[in-house]
Ligand binder design. Structure first.
Ligand SMILES: [Zn+2]
Length: 73
């Protein structure tokens, strides 16, 4: 379950909040303003980058296909 990071447009405060799907009512815990901007979680960004890198590795090593069990040679 993702935890989103928010930045308040009112007081410029930053906070994290777990947001259940379907819920859009997010207010700043400091000033209770609803003018908040959702940011990408650093954790999820890092995870996405790691998974993307892991997914790209086999692609880059595609030349090794013939050394594997694909039976192309
Ligand atoms: Zn605020």
């Amino acid at each position: 379950m993702p935890i989103y990071e928010y930045r308040c447009n009112q007081c410029a405060g930053e906070f994290e909040k777990y947001l259940p799907s379907g819920s859009t009512a997010v207010v700043c815990p400091t000033c209770e303003s609803a003018r908040v901007t959702r940011r990408l979680s650093l954790l999820s960004v890092r995870t996405n980058a790691a998974s993307a890198g892991a997914a790209a590795m086999p692609m880059q090593g595609g030349g090794g296909c013939c050394g594997g069990g694909c039976g192309c040679h």
